[in-house]
Write a protein that binds this ligand. Structure first.
Ligand SMILES: Nc1ncnc2c1ncn2[C@@H]1O[C@H](COP(=O)(O)OP(=O)(O)OP(=O)(O)O)[C@@H](O)[C@H]1O
Ligand SMILES: [Mg+2]
Length: 271
């Protein structure tokens, strides 16, 4: 890690660290895909009970860095991750850590909806079942209904819970994946452009959900919409060519960016 790099200094919140408000602490993270150096020495503090937005031009590494936070890059053969990432102080890349358990605590919603080839009900019940979160069928029914309601999908699917999730529309599939991700009550929810397939009404409902989740959890959202980042997040990170260029309070990033590259991006000159 380069402590003399001003972006590094900005991305590390010593006050929050001292107060124990840091949920995920990343230090000196690098990611390579074969010879492609996709993430370059990124250090950042993700705060508890806060929505953090990742913005930046296509290909700058937002998804790659997001996937480091719950070890989803483990599933990509050519990907190699170095550096340190701690969740509540514990190294998530330590030998004894089970990535499946980790991903119940740090859930993820992908840009492209990927429901399991199972019923709507079983998609949402999957996580609670494998992690033993429901004692009875009634418990499980409650978790499924509650998750679908919060994901703004319940009314559309309540009469066809046994039909396949893959038979839903794209936007409905995305809300199903959101329901599946929140069904395990993750402490952190990673969302990679979750609203890109949604209409304005569903988008507004998901933004409401994000705001609600923030009362108890930490949310990291990748978005190409500046308006969305400004609406839902309290902190924003701007990535460019694999580097974390700037990180700060969302209003500051959008009204008074410190780095000329951030300013160019938010005013539409690069991207
Ligand atoms: N599975 C992969 N294998 C090889 N290279 C990859 C892989 N995934 C991403 N990359 C490369 O890593 C870099 C960062 O990609 P990434 O998908 O993280 O960008 P992004 O900021 O999420 O872009 P977008 O806004 O288009 O989603 C790019 O150069 C991309 O080509
Ligand atoms: Mg991406």
């Amino acid at each position: 890690m380069d402590a003399s790099n001003p972006a590094t200094a900005l991305a590390i919140d010593e006050t929050a660290e001292a107060e124990g408000r840091v949920k995920i602490m990343a230090r000196g993270v690098n990611v390579w895909y074969g010879d492609t150096h996709a993430i370059k020495d990124v250090s950042v503090d993700i705060l508890d009970r806060t929505v953090t937005a990742f913005i930046g031009p296509s290909g700058c590494g937002k998804s790659t860095f997001l996937r480091c936070l719950n070890r989803m890059n483990d599933t990509i053969d050519v990907a190699r991750v170095t550096g340190e990432i701690r969740l509540d102080g514990e190294d998530i890349y330590a030998p004894g850590v089970d990535p499946v358990q980790l991903r119940a605590r740090v859930g993820m919603v992908f840009q492209k909806p990927n429901p399991f080839p199972k019923s709507i009900y079983d998609n949402v019940a999957y996580g609670p079942r494998i992690h033993g979160l429901a004692r009875t069928r009634a418990d499980l029914d409650r978790i499924v209904e509650d998750s679908l309601r919060r994901a703004a999908l319940w009314d559309e699917v309540k009469d066809r819970l046994n039909e396949p999730g893959t038979g839903l529309s794209g936007g409905q599939q995305q809300r199903l994946c959101i329901a599946r991700a929140i069904a395990t009550s993750p402490e952190v929810l990673l969302m990679d452009e979750p609203a890109s397939a949604l209409d304005p009404i569903a988008t507004a409902q998901i933004e409401e959900l994000i705001d609600e989740l923030r009362e108890n959890f930490s949310v990291v959202i990748v978005t190409h919409s500046m308006q969305q980042a400004a609406r839902v997040s309290q902190r924003t990170a701007f990535f460019h060519l694999g580097e974390l260029v700037e990180f700060g309070e969302t209003p500051q990033i959008f009204t008074n960016p410190r780095d000329p590259r951030t300013e160019s991006y938010i005013t539409g000159r690069i991207g």
